[in-house]
Design a protein around this ligand. Structure first.
Ligand code: ZN
Ligand code: MN
Length: 484
């Protein structure tokens, strides 16, 4: 039997505000000592009163607008989501339930040349909970609680179950994170816990409309893990259905090291969170004027920027797509392009050499030492024939590592390209006299030996010869030989 996977995604992203959602504590929690960013409000002490972080509300509405949601105008309020668990000192999470920021939006994804719209069911804001560290010291089991994360503003984005494959799910997450980064509302850093996702997945025989029992998957910390977990879950569920059994509706955790999902302990059996409006926070009013103002302040979004790269710089789709993956990368490209107008050559260099070095070093584009002006200078030197491509690659590696300019490096290490015809002629003559059989092959019609001969000249000049000139000189000489 052939099965179809029905996949939905739930994302919690940390909003990049300076302070927490309902108190004045710092929200930048990475690398901070446990329980160093806390106050009576986010510790859930009795009698304290929360206040709403305006920036978090603004960021969540920007996101909903960018996802083309129907955004909530008029009165809006927070609800209490009640449950009992050690990560939640108040025993309730301040969230949104009956009124949310946005509904019914969509996000366009592109996979193998096919475009598809993924529905967004709901966008809302809420506070994060504490982080638990389960310990097991030789039989003594206990749990440590770090409340730094308590009260950090989160945006929750719930998709419709519109994805049909692990690849689509992964692409959806990548596109969503890209959007948040373009809006500059979240770092989207998965490893730091700023972008967390859960998937729900069910299988049904192809052609059947009714949905099977769904399984929720947690603990996927990389895009790769999402893809692996969904693949493994599809196989598991297919085997169950194949055996004529029913898939149990449950929550499972992905165990990357085991390569499979495992049933998780459920927080609470009852799914009744007893939602009711948060009495400590007054409802707030969203006006049309404010929404219009926010809308007008939205930056150019990834899809629009990619299309503009194709029209303005005449780049192929794939180049434009790669260069707009990250707003900082796209900015870098545009700064270079202002100084170096051959956009395709620039794109080739960035998606080739620069990406390679970024990959090797694990560096982010924002930390790259090569200034856009320095890359423009290097590319201009190639165009002017002052260095050849292979030298330029070596020079660029040094620029990448040190931040020094191409001119400095080249002057110091005697790498200037040999473009002097007389000097090259002598070397070409030398190489030809050492390779009579190559000449014979060439004259016999095996013109591919030309590449071998160019290589010999490059070797003799330690890579500094201008390869186009060498090729021209070789051809001229070989032609002359032919005539003899
Ligand atoms: Zn606090
Ligand atoms: Mn939530």
């Amino acid at each position: 039997m052939e099965y179809e996977a029905i996949i939905g995604m739930e994302v919690h992203a940390q909003l990049s505000t300076k302070s927490k959602m309902f108190c004045g504590c710092r929200a930048e929690i990475v690398d901070r000592a446990p329980n160093s960013l806390v106050c009576p409000v986010c510790l859930g002490m009795p009698g304290v009163l929360p206040t709403i972080n305006r920036k978090a509300i603004e960021y969540s509405f920007m996101t909903a607008l960018a996802l083309e949601c129907e955004v909530r105008e008029g009165r809006l309020w927070f609800d209490r989501k009640n449950y009992f668990y050690p990560d939640l000192p108040k025993s309730y999470q301040i969230s949104m339930h009956s009124s949310v920021v946005g509904r019914d939006g969509h996000l366009l994804i592109e996979l193998n040349g096919t475009r598809k719209e993924i529905g967004i069911a709901d966008v809302h804001v809420e506070e994060d909970t504490a982080r638990l560290y389960h310990r097991d010291d030789g039989g003594d089991r206990y749990t440590l609680v770090d409340f730094n994360r308590s009260g950090v503003p989160l945006i929750e984005i719930v998709s419709r179950p519109d994805m049909r494959s692990p690849e689509e799910a992964k692409r959806y997450l990548q596109e969503l994170r890209k959007l948040l980064r373009y809006l500059d509302v979240s770092t989207g850093d998965m490893e730091a816990g700023s972008f967390r996702c859960e998937a729900n997945i069910s299988l049904r025989p192809k052609g059947i409309e009714t949905l099977g029992n769904r399984v929720e998957i947690k603990n996927m910390n990389t895009f790769q893990a999402v893809e692996h977990a969904l693949k493994s879950e599809i196989e598991r569920q297919a085997a169950i259905l194949e055996a004529g059994d029913k898939v149990v509706q449950q929550t499972v955790g992905w165990r990357e090291e085991l390569g499979r999902t495992e049933p998780q302990r459920v927080k609470e059996e009852a799914h009744d969170y007893r939602y009711f409006p948060e009495p400590d926070l007054p409802p707030f009013v969203v006006t049309r004027g404010w929404l219009e103002e926010l809308h007008s302040r939205l930056p150019e979004l990834p899809g629009a920027r990619r299309d503009r790269f194709m029209s303005e710089y005449e780049l192929p789709f794939y180049d434009a797509y790669l260069l707009t993956e990250d707003p900082a990368l796209a900015d870098y490209f545009e700064e270079c392009a202002r100084l170096y107008p051959r956009a395709k050559a620039l794109s080739n260099w960035m998606t080739g050499e620069l990406f390679r070095l970024l990959n090797v070093s694990g560096e982010e584009i924002g930390a790259v030492k090569v200034k856009p002006g320095q890359l423009a200078e290097l590319l201009t030197m190639i165009d002017e024939g002052r260095i050849n491509i292979s030298t330029a690659k070596t020079v660029f590696e040094e620029m990448f590592g040190t931040g020094r300019s191409a001119k400095e490096i080249i002057a110091e290490s005697d790498l200037v390209q040999i473009s002097d015809a007389e000097e090259l002629s002598d070397i070409v003559a030398q190489v030809l006299s050492e390779n009579p059989e190559a000449i014979a092959d060439y004259l016999a019609g095996k013109t591919q030996v030309l590449r071998f001969l160019v290589g010999q000249v490059m070797k003799a000049t330690r890579g500094k010869a201008n390869p186009q000139m060498v090729q021209g000189l070789l051809k001229d000489r070989l032609k002359a030989t032919e005539g003899e």
